[in-house]
Ligand binder design. Sequence first.
Ligand code: PAF
Length: 301
Amino acid sequence: MRITKTIEETRAARGGMTGLALMPTLGAMHEGHRALIRRARELADHVAVSIFVNPTQFGPSEDFESYPRPLEDDLAMCRGESVDLVFVPTVEEMYPADEAAVAIEVPSLGGMLEAAHRPGHFAGVCGVVAKLFGIVRPDVAVFGEKDYQQLKVIEALAAGLCLGVKIEACATVRDADGLALSSRNVNLSDGQRRDALGLSRSMAEAERLVVAGERDPGVIEGAMRGVLEAHQVAVDYAVVRDAACLGVLEAVDLRAGAAVCLVAGRVGEVRLIDQKVLGCWVEGGWDRRNGCNWGPMAIGC
Ligand code: PAF
């Protein structure tokens, strides 16, 4: 496994690799990252991982300084998964003091939800992801669905700038009790971890309501908020939106992948987000993959 720190070294190491999949990370890797590396391995002959806590996507009152940085553990996971190249740049390498700032935004997808609570976040994400794509020049890049809005923004970035990188979305990895894996989970006390289950439970409630015939997003969102508040989660948002454009829905559409639940909130000082794509109706019948338990009986048709 080759570990590089500079852009020049990385370009040289990437050199002759034909078929390269990149997994960009902030580090503090967990089983969700392992699943992404394994997906990357299925997609390309070579796998690269970047580990960089990108300051431009953190607001002034956010956890940039305290974000976990267990570099040796991250490298051990990469080694164990036979990653070919790990790029671990410094802030100075990525953002030289004499470099003119470049701003990239996807206003339609990146101007709502997370953006309302983390101003400038997606500009920071777009900037660093575009840079990483330019440095590593992957054929494909893998991203987790947990950061669903980020995934949509990056898909739009890659398409809109004709970057020639295929974006592969990977399902959220969860603990057995439903908590989505996140690098920030290590900051939860035992009690807060129990409260954090409110996120996945609020979306299970949304799904239960839809299966029972509820189509009104306002009713579903109110129920999600209720579950979150019952778990002491300070809610930033709890919404059901169009899964492609993240726009407000008039009614929840049952077709698989048409609607998505998105939740965000704080458990103590720890801010968590989660998502669940709703619906299992596909052309020709019910899609039973991904544990779908919907069906004509359940929705009463
Ligand atoms: O999702 C993340 O880990 C980060 O936002 C990313 C995509 C690596 C950019 O810093």
